[in-house]
Design a protein around this ligand. Sequence first.
Ligand code: AMP
Length: 138
Amino acid sequence: MTAYDDENIFAKILRGEIPNVTVCEDDDTLCFMDIFPRSDGHCLVIPKTPCRNMLDATPEQLAACMKTVNRVANAAKTAFDADGITLLQFNEAAGGQEVFHLHFHIHPRHEGVPLRPPGQAGDMAAIQKKAEAIRAHL
Ligand code: AMP
């Protein structure tokens, strides 16, 4: 497996080298908004320690992420009165991964509303408001 590259964009976010819209953090994880949101409230949970994806993650990294995913997903479901949550996670380029630091996508979902296509930049003011709405229910 390819080695972890600490120049990936999420490693830069963790080092504070590029900005992010933080939802919440604890000792082991960070949750922040996806700036190309495929759903309203689309956010990402990452471990603070390095690993490429689920394949090289330790049980401790996975457990820490799942604890945050569970907490944020419930808050987002309430915040947006969602009917459900889609949790997505991609491994290696062939598996759809583009950023090689483990991350879990949380998508609040409403009946009949599809995910938007990837790669469409969101409105940053609207993204900030979504983060505030999730935070209010944590
Ligand atoms: P993937 O590796 O395919 O799971 O996708 C990486 C995700 O990171 C995509 O949904 C991007 O929209 C998102 N992304 C890329 N750069 C940033 C950034 N600077 N801040 C927040 N999300 C980002």
